[in-house]
Design a protein around this ligand. Structure first.
Ligand SMILES: Nc1ncnc2c1ncn2[C@@H]1O[C@H](COP(=O)(O)OP(=O)(O)OP(=O)(O)O)[C@@H](O)[C@H]1O
Length: 204
């Protein structure tokens, strides 16, 4: 479902990772592990297509990362506390993306489902800028799930979530067994939930 062929990314002359070959079969949960600055976010951004690789190729179901065809296949929660429209409520942030991904009639039902799964309903009408970091993280993760994309890219989704909400997050993923998921995390508990681990940095 996801493939990297000789993938590398440098900032200036400084390589973050290089020569990375990776195949992530459908339905796999891949954990990106490694200390601060190891390149986890950089790799996720290259897969999401918001950052270009310096060398090599990244594909999602055969489509080059970042192309419209690849983006349609991917739900993304990178910097999950920071990427909402602050003046809009959580609900409206979700509706905005649902309307882009789904026919109008299905959008409201899909939003209701993810609000329920991540227990967002209580503060769904509060402007996102007045929500706590954890509340915003819940909304961002819920947004990534909208439209049931076959691939999820998540950067430390559990960082701001309390234990009960982390359980809700994993339950939501368990309800989507065919989902391919790449997530960066420092949490040991997340490792046990994943099928594979990619230790970073990777330099070949
Ligand atoms: N826009 C940028 N310009 C220059 N260097 C960058 C940029 N973004 C990231 N880097 C560098 O790339 C390296 C990898 O950063 P990245 O954010 O991918 O690490 P990470 O593994 O996600 O770290 P953390 O666990 O702290 O979130 C770091 O050395 C960082 O300084």
């Amino acid at each position: 479902m996801l493939r990297l062929d000789g993938a590398g990314r440098a900032f200036g002359r400084r390589p973050v990772f290089s020569g990375l070959d990776l195949e992530v079969p459908p339905g796999t949960r891949l954990l990106l592990a490694g200390g601060n600055g190891a390149g986890k976010t950089t790799l996720l951004r290259c897969l999401a297509g918001t950052l270009a690789l310096s060398t090599g190729r990244a594909t999602i179901a055969g489509q080059s990362a970042g192309t419209p065809a690849a983006r349609r296949l991917v739900g993304v929660a990178l910097a999950p506390e920071q990427t909402l429209y602050g003046r809009l409520s959580g609900h409206d942030n979700l509706m905005l993306v649902a309307r882009m991904r789904l026919p109008t009639r299905q959008a409201a039902a899909a939003v209701a489902r993810v609000e329920d799964e991540l227990a967002i309903s209580e503060y769904a009408r509060t402007p996102a800028q007045r929500c706590s970091a954890g509340m915003r993280a819940r909304i961002s993760v819920a947004r990534a799930l909208l439209g049931d994309p076959p691939v999820l890219l998540l950067d430390e989704p559990g960082r701001s979530l309390d234990a009960a909400t982390r359980a809700l997050f994993w339950a939501a993923l368990d309800r989507r067994p065919g989902l391919t998921c790449v997530l960066a995390s420092h949490l040991e508990s997340d490792r046990a939930r994943c099928d594979q681990t990619l230790p970073m940095p990777v330099r070949r």
